[in-house]
Design a binder for this molecule. Structure first.
Ligand SMILES: O=C(O)CCC(=O)C(=O)O
Length: 321
């Protein structure tokens, strides 16, 4: 199985991301969309804790980043996180809970975080020889797959994802994360596609991991949520270490707003800054994404990361079968 060509690899290394059009076949896209719609149709609402996906960066509504038990234990499950804007501002008097203003299928922000192990159609496009060959081209020794999810970007309410680096969320010492992001529907400037800051993964442009998204503990050592903390470990992948150069940081005017067709794969370096806007259009923008970290000796998955390996001792899914 072929991995990346030398030109593709060079482009990934230069920009910190790479678009591979037509990576999924039309049959694969149909199968993933069918599975997504099936999951949205069949998840039970009456037992759902109504967890909303909040990023903690939205200062206007003062909501902390999502961090309840339903979220924190979702690393090896298929769970459903709602759009904050899908709910009424005040609780429904009859239930005491916020009321959904939309059918549940149009109210979910994301489904996660282990579709790659628990859903056959998603497993097939994740733990594949094709992806193993790409991981090999990228230099992975023992790539492990984690944090797989469908991001729905619902029409009108699909929340913005503020600028971030994926290694802030899935930190290894030293950093090693790479995101695999598949457009399941056409994504462009009209429906809140990805915005990428080219070259922002490099040390000289300030691409170091400066903060980390971790579990928050109370004085008794019990997990009570999530928070960002300062990173005091290595901030750049091995071999990429270099100091920041003043004036070379990422600029808004350089952001590349990706226009990609359904079936495209976008590879995202764990240190590259990227974002997406709120989807104010009437078109959804379903995407499937998972992440890969280095599982070989010499890299350590951080024990405070929000997502922890399954407790049954199996660890994260191996990409090399
Ligand atoms: O799909 C999106 O809107 C954002 C995805 C993203 O930033 C990520 O997966 O790291």
């Amino acid at each position: 199985m072929e991995g990346l060509t030398p030109a593709q690899l060079a482009s990934f290394q230069e920009k910190g991301y790479l678009v591979l059009p037509d990576h999924l076949t039309p049959t694969e896209i149909t199968s993933l969309l069918r599975e997504t719609n099936h999951l949205l149709d069949t998840f039970p609402l009456d037992t759902h804790p109504l967890t909303q996906f909040t990023t903690g960066d939205d200062l206007k509504d003062d909501k902390p980043h999502v961090g309840d038990d339903y979220f924190l234990t979702s690393g090896d499950k298929v769970r459903f996180f709602f759009e904050p804007d899908a709910f009424s501002a005040s609780p429904d008097p009859s239930t005491g809970k916020p009321a959904l203003l939309k059918p549940k299928q149009q109210a979910v922000n994301k489904i996660g975080h282990s579709l790659h192990s628990l859903s056959e159609p998603f497993r097939a496009v994740s733990l594949s020889e094709r992806n193993a060959a790409i991981a090999k081209s990228l230099g992975f020794k023992d790539p492990r797959v984690l944090q797989s999810m469908v991001i729905c970007k619902q029409p009108g309410i699909g929340g913005a994802v503020p600028p971030h680096r994926d290694s802030e969320f899935l930190y290894t010492d030293p950093p090693s994360a790479v995101g695999w992001w598949f457009a399941l529907q056409d994504a462009g400037p009209g429906n809140a596609t990805l915005g990428m800051y080219p070259g922002s993964h490099r040390g000289r442009t300030g691409g170091v991991v400066k903060r980390r998204f971790v579990r928050r503990y109370n004085d008794e050592g019990v997990v009570v949520g999530t928070e960002f903390i300062e990173n005091d470990g290595p901030g750049l992948p091995r071999g990429m270490e270099e100091g920041e150069v003043e004036g070379q940081g990422p600029k808004e005017e350089d952001v590349e707003i990706l226009e990609v067709k359904a079936g495209s794969l976008v590879l995202i370096h764990g240190n590259v800054l990227h974002k997406s806007e709120k989807n104010t259009s009437d078109r959804s923008r379903f995407a499937y994404t998972f992440h890969v970290i280095e599982g070989a000796d010499g890299w350590k998955y951080d024990e405070r990361n929000w997502l922890q390996p399954p407790e049954n001792g199996e660890g994260f899914s191996q990409l090399y079968q």
